[in-house]
Design a protein around this ligand. Structure first.
Ligand SMILES: [Fe+2]
Ligand SMILES: [Fe+2]
Length: 333
């Protein structure tokens, strides 16, 4: 059984250095990370997303070398706010900003697997090594699969809440720990000869996969972004079934181990059902109660598509240059 939590990773720039230096001391003994570091703007995405991922991790499992009391320390939250604002500004500057949730969801149906997307590349010409790298990138989410979305449950009412919980119940294994999707992904990692430990690849994955999880965490933890969280979730459930089928075909072409195929095969069936529940019962009911949230739902969909495309571009770009898409291991690790 792998450890519950791990130590802080290496800093990737001034934001990470300021944050991690503070977190290694007790919250009572530290004035907190210096917000001037993040107020100046123009943070490198690697620094921004690594620091933000670690700030959010305090709400999940924390770190072995960080006092749990940091989770709600005002100085930590003030610092994190600047990182979140930089992330939101980046997203808002790069999405179209539509207002029709049905149209945004309908558009996804016809682009899965999207041309230029990761699944399409892996199915057509990907290597087993590229697939293993993809697993490592995805492990930052799938080993905490469905956790970020659970934050939204108290922010929903009626059918939207009941349907959201029904989908989450499946994600969490329907009452069985060995069937939790996070556990199925740990089984996949082990079968692929990768480290299945929680956050084992935190130092090795670049900004793009971290940004995808940061978006979920940010939307889950802010009630003001509940519409975006639901939009993001609807996007994932809509694209997951065809996307998972593409992955099954890619894995079968590579003669991958059964546990690797099983994770995606499970999502082909489950997410075809989840798509319908999320679209009609979660999105539909939320917008019937709170119609002013529709632009936020669309923002969640558009931002998810943007972040997934950035990940695909980064990975496929590395592979076209015959390079690994993983960052080199930090010195001394
Ligand atoms: Fe799942
Ligand atoms: Fe699902």
């Amino acid at each position: 059984m792998s450890a519950v939590s791990v130590p802080l990773p290496s800093a990737r720039g001034p934001a990470g250095e300021a944050l991690f230096d503070a977190l290694r001391r007790s919250p009572e003994a530290s004035p907190g990370p210096d917000v001037r570091v993040v107020e100046r703007g123009a943070l490198d995405p690697e620094d921004l997303h690594s620091a933000l991922y670690c700030a959010y991790e305090l709400h999940y499992r924390g770190f072995t070398d960080v006092d749990d009391a940091w989770e709600w320390a005002p100085a930590l939250l003030a610092f994190r706010h600047h990182l979140e604002q930089a992330f939101l500004e980046d997203l808002r500057a790069h999405v179209p900003g539509g207002r029709d949730a049905d149209a945004a969801l309908a558009a996804l149906t016809y682009v899965s697997p999207s041309p230029g997307g990761l699944g399409g590349h892996l199915r057509a010409e990907g290597t087993w090594e590229q697939m293993r790298e993809t697993f490592a990138h995805r492990s930052l989410y799938h080993l905490k699969e469905a956790d970020p979305h659970a934050w939204v449950i108290p922010r929903l009412q009626g059918n939207a809440k009941a349907a959201m919980v029904a989908v989450e119940f499946d994600e969490f294994g329907g009452g069985r720990g060995d069937r939790m999707h996070a556990q199925l992904f740990a089984d996949l990692m082990a079968a692929a000869g990768l480290d299945d430990g929680y956050l084992a690849y935190l130092d090795r994955v670049p900004a793009e996969p971290l940004a995808i999880v940061n978006f979920m965490s940010m939307c889950g933890l802010h009630r003001s972004l509940r519409g975006a969280l639901v939009g993001h979730f609807a996007d994932v459930e809509t694209t997951s079934s065809p996307g998972s089928r593409t992955m099954v075909e890619a894995l079968q072409r590579m003669s991958a181990p059964d546990a690797c195929v099983h994770f995606y095969a499970e999502h082909v069936e489950a997410d075809a059902v989840h798509e319908q529940i999320v679209r009609h019962d979660v999105v539909g009911d939320l917008l019937a109660r709170e119609p002013h949230l529709e632009p936020d739902v669309v923002f969640g969909i558009e931002a998810t598509e943007l972040l997934e495309q950035r990940l695909a571009d980064r990975l496929i770009g590395s592979w076209r240059r015959a390079e690994s898409s993983l960052l080199p291991a930090p010195v001394g690790v």
